[in-house]
Design a protein around this ligand. Structure first.
Ligand code: HEM
Ligand SMILES: *[C@@H]1O[C@H](CO)[C@@H](O)[C@H](O)[C@H]1NC(C)=O
Ligand SMILES: *[C@@H]1O[C@H](CO)[C@@H](O)[C@H](O)[C@H]1NC(C)=O
Length: 511
């Protein structure tokens, strides 16, 4: 008996020691080793504090710069949204390492290195454990959060659903949903209001569009799923703020129970839709799983003999998460820019008129001819990139130009700062000037709204098509000006958002 006790205690002790060593190594030794390696290459950075790193410095800088609204509609927002970047790059130069808690991050701003990194390192770098943990409950292991071989496999399954001719099939849904949104705007006008907060309308619209393109005729159920996903996302964010102790996510707290039941409900609804597709194919009522996004995914997986229902569900959730708010924000900022630049608004309107006739509804093949509109969209994504930074974790040692990046170091690309750099874009970098995109001479790596390389945004063409259709239909129907109630106050909540929305005054156009 005594012997068993002793052995048990010894085993427990050695397990504890191992855990302690792993923790110290992960939180302390490895980061310190990385710091040394970077210092030897002349890459310095702000001094980290114990455990919290530079997080407190960052938080206090940002809370200071965003404590007030901007006095005018100025696009000079880097100092406001990334004040720590400005401070540290002025102190330590173009490369520096800062500490997000115990995680060291290398800030990379050299376009040559960025281009090389994004084009070559898509399987040896990816999402950090922290990132994956944070989104585990609502998007799971979908493409956005996958790494290495899993990512490679999933990318090949997902990409065809967003490629060339498949896109054409989604255009009809986009037009239908936009018509409904325009009707809602008209209702607001008819009821005597001529000022609307356009962000609300855009958010609802892009959610509608993703529901319909993803689930086709089952889109009512899709909408319900997305509503639940939104709640789930907020709960996960709240929970991560409340739970700081390691292991606390296993406790049956109020949040955890709610998260679990929401997740189950989402997956039950998704499974219902998927199962009914499978049934139709199995009893021979249809030959394929359908030509909406879900159908494309199922077809593609079957072709590759790798039908994995959990993965299908995770991809469905991922499309919603990755493709809905980003596009809504792009549209909202673009409307703000055009509302405060009437001459560009008119130029774009004339272009739409001349290409799409009076209906203002572009057909699929007319979309590529809307050059001015595309320039405006590009300029909007340059000034207000929905994804303002790109974080990637190095899983292996990487040699990048003259820079040696050790395994475990995070790379942090401050897209917003690069998009506003006077060195890269000229003296008018902070001005709205879509004409800059007419010049064909362009520096690779300086314009990254959708990242670049093999791990760029898989929904890029989808998003651009959606943005063009919606803007063309809106602009040809209404002229709009910025309301005096609009207060310019960009803030960062995952993406760049207008703090109080974008209020515009609408005027119907004679058609
Ligand atoms: C204006 C709208 C959009 C912007 C600005 C945008 C931006 C981005 C960016 C910057 C990335 C790379 C993230 C990183 O590597 O850290 C990305 C990835 C991704 N986006 Fe988008 N996106 C948009 C719309 C969409 C849409 C409409 C969809 C799908 C319906 C979508 C699906 C995805 C997916 C699945 C990934 C992960 C790709 C991979 O890791 O291989 N996005 N997006
Ligand atoms: C690191 O930064 C991300 C956001 O970029 C945040 O969600 C995460 O909690 C941070 N990590 C730590 C250890 O604080
Ligand atoms: C917009 O930017 C993309 C790069 O993402 C470029 O390929 C395209 O030519 C630009 N289009 C216009 C019309 O400026």
């Amino acid at each position: 008996m005594g012997m068993v006790m002793v052995v048990t205690i010894l085993v427990l002790l050695s397990l504890l020691l191992k855990l302690a060593y792993q923790t110290i190594s992960c939180y302390w030794l490895t980061p310190l080793r990385i710091k040394k390696i970077m210092e030897m290459q002349g890459v310095g950075g702000p001094k980290p504090r114990f455990f919290s790193g530079n997080i407190l410095d960052m938080a206090s800088l940002v809370s200071k710069t965003t404590s007030h609204d901007m006095k005018t509609i100025s696009h000079d927002i880097v100092g406001r949204l990334l004040p720590h970047f400005l401070l540290w790059s002025s102190q330590y130069g173009k490369r520096f390492v800062y500490w997000n808690g115990t995680e060291p991050r290398l800030c990379l701003t050299e376009t040559e290195l960025i281009k090389e990194f994004l084009s070559k390192c898509s399987t040896v770098s990816g999402r950090s454990w922290q990132q994956r943990q944070g989104s585990k409950h609502f998007i799971g292991g979908g493409l956005l959060m996958a790494n290495a071989q899993d990512w490679y496999h999933q990318r090949h399954i997902v990409a065809p659903a967003f490629a060339g001719d498949r896109l054409k099939g989604y255009a009809g849904h986009m037009v239908e949903c936009t018509k409904e949104m325009l009707q809602l705007l008209q209702n607001a006008l008819d009821s005597g209001r001529n000022e609307v907060e356009i962000g609300e309308y855009m958010t609802k619209l892009t959610a509608d569009i993703i529901s319909r393109t993803e689930f086709g005729t089952s889109y009512q159920k899709g909408k319900k799923i997305f509503h639940l996903l939104k709640v789930l996302q907020t709960r996960c964010a709240q929970a991560s703020r409340h739970l700081c102790l390691p292991g606390s996510r296993y406790f049956p707290s109020k949040y955890n129970r709610e998260i679990k039941s929401l997740k189950m409900e989402v997956e039950r609804l998704l499974m219902e839709i998927i199962q009914s597709r499978k049934d139709c194919v199995e009893i021979g009522r249809s030959e394929s799983y359908g030509n909406d996004l879900l159908g494309m995914l199922l077809n593609e997986m079957e072709k590759k003999n790798s039908l994995d229902l959990q993965l299908v569900m995770d991809e469905c959730k991922t499309f919603f998460f990755a493709g809905h708010e980003t596009t809504a924000l792009l549209l909202t900022w673009t409307v703000m820019l055009l509302a405060s630049n009437p001459s560009w608004q008119q130029k774009v309107r004339d272009e739409i008129k001349s290409i799409c006739s009076d209906s203002g509804i572009p057909s699929f093949h007319q979309l590529s001819k809307l050059t001015l509109l595309h320039m405006v969209i590009n300029e909007s994504m340059r000034l207000y990139p929905p994804a303002l930074v790109l974080p990637r974790m190095a899983f292996e040692d990487i040699l990048l130009g003259d820079l040696y990046i050790p395994k475990g170091l995070s790379i942090w690309i401050p897209v917003l700062a690069i998009h506003h750099s006077e060195k890269l874009w000229g003296k008018d970098a902070n001005q709205f000037n879509p004409d800059r995109f007419t010049s064909k001479s362009y520096t690779p790596g300086r314009f990254l709204p959708f990242a670049s390389g093999p791990r760029n945004c898989v929904g890029q063409a989808f998003a651009l098509m959606e943005a063009k259709i919606i803007l063309a239909m809106l602009i040809s129907r209404y002229s709009f000006t910025i309301s005096e109630n609009y207060h310019h106050a960009p803030v960062v909540v995952l993406t760049i958002k207008p703090k109080y929305g974008v209020q515009v005054c609408l005027k119907p156009l004679e058609t």
